[in-house]
Design a protein around this ligand. Sequence first.
Ligand code: FAD
Ligand code: NAP
Length: 335
Amino acid sequence: MIQARSISLKEYNTFHIDVNALYSFFCISEAYAREVVKLSKSEEKKIVVLGGGSNMLFTRDVEDILLIMQNKGIDILNETADNVFVKAAAGEIWDDFVAFCVEHHYGGIENLSLIPGTVGAAPVQNIGAYGVEVKDVIAEVETLDTETGEKRIFKQNDCSFGYRDSIFKNKLKNSCVILSVTFKLSKHPRLELSYGNLNKEISQKEPTVADVREAVIRIRESKLPNPEKCPNAGSFFKNPIISADLYLRLKENYPNLVSYPTEKGKVKVAAGQLIDLCGFKEMKENGVGVHKNQALVLVNYDNADGQSILRFSEKIQAKVFETFGIHIEREVNVY
Ligand code: FAD
Ligand code: NAP
């Protein structure tokens, strides 16, 4: 018999926003998720899914059903000469899963070490870091439809993966529960070391996936704020992709603008630099500010509530637009 609990979410989101969830359920299995879907139908309540809360901003109490994913299990399904197919339950901690794969010398996700959160959330925004996106190793995503209660398998091509985006983050937001993800990993990995200072951080002549994981962890720990000490939800905005024309015009006034070419002749600019150039590193309001090493990360310095963080983020968006004519899109999910 499943039982709803009313809990504070302070320890269930990395901004440490203290809101209440009135009907929360800790999902430990597929059968449990099915029971919750049935209940949501009979009670006529929506389901909101939560993993580790590291990409969420809560601005109010949750009156919908909150399904907190804690189902566990890692299974090796199949092996070929070159690849291994590994299925991981949605509630597994992402970085524990990366550690498992690295220990077994399975390559493909070592650059994604130390990203907070759960396996089930990884496809939602197609997590990415240091030149790798998780879409490249996802074989399929197993889901439960919260409307029909039916199971649906999404093959990689069905997921509409994009830059920090997928079908689960927009069209199917809050209408399916991801139960597990199956990854196609490599037994003979080609390491991706071209991003930033990753190569410099690795001293070994013939690095392994374990060496890459260690280097990524070192870089992240030296630069990015640990949410336990400094509550945050990672990059608050996506890096905007702008036209080459606009980029060239901006470059005249801002010659040091960082940029990266993308497909179709467009240019990715670093949202953190735009925010920094608008002077936000010096500013704090109602306990909210940006991080000193990376202005893309908003920090809850002093028990701010979700509304204050949201308002501060909107102020940043408006100023960046006024200064550069660029709309920076939110990456974090607001409730
Ligand atoms: P949550 O925050 O709980 O949920 C995020 C969204 O996914 C919500 O909309 C939720 O409803 C949905 N969701 C979660 N689980 C499921 C499920 N099982 N089924 C259906 N929907 C679900 N992200 C990157 O891409 N790259 C990084 O390098 C990175 N670094 C970070 C560093 C820090 C310090 C922090 C705090 C965050 C960082 N993030 C990064 C953002 C975040 O960690 C990832 O987006 C992560 O995948 C979120 O996982 P989560 O379990 O915490 O998801
Ligand atoms: P960084 O290295 O200071 O770089 C700043 C931005 O420039 C990054 O966001 C990155 O875009 C882009 N960039 C840098 N080198 C690039 C290259 N060689 N090719 C293409 N784009 C490049 O960034 P950071 O803050 O320390 O983060 C390091 C990595 O971790 C980045 O990949 C970042 O996305 C990821 N990260 C993500 C989050 C999150 O919440 N989403 C939080 C922390 C870190 P990309 O973001 O497109 O890579």
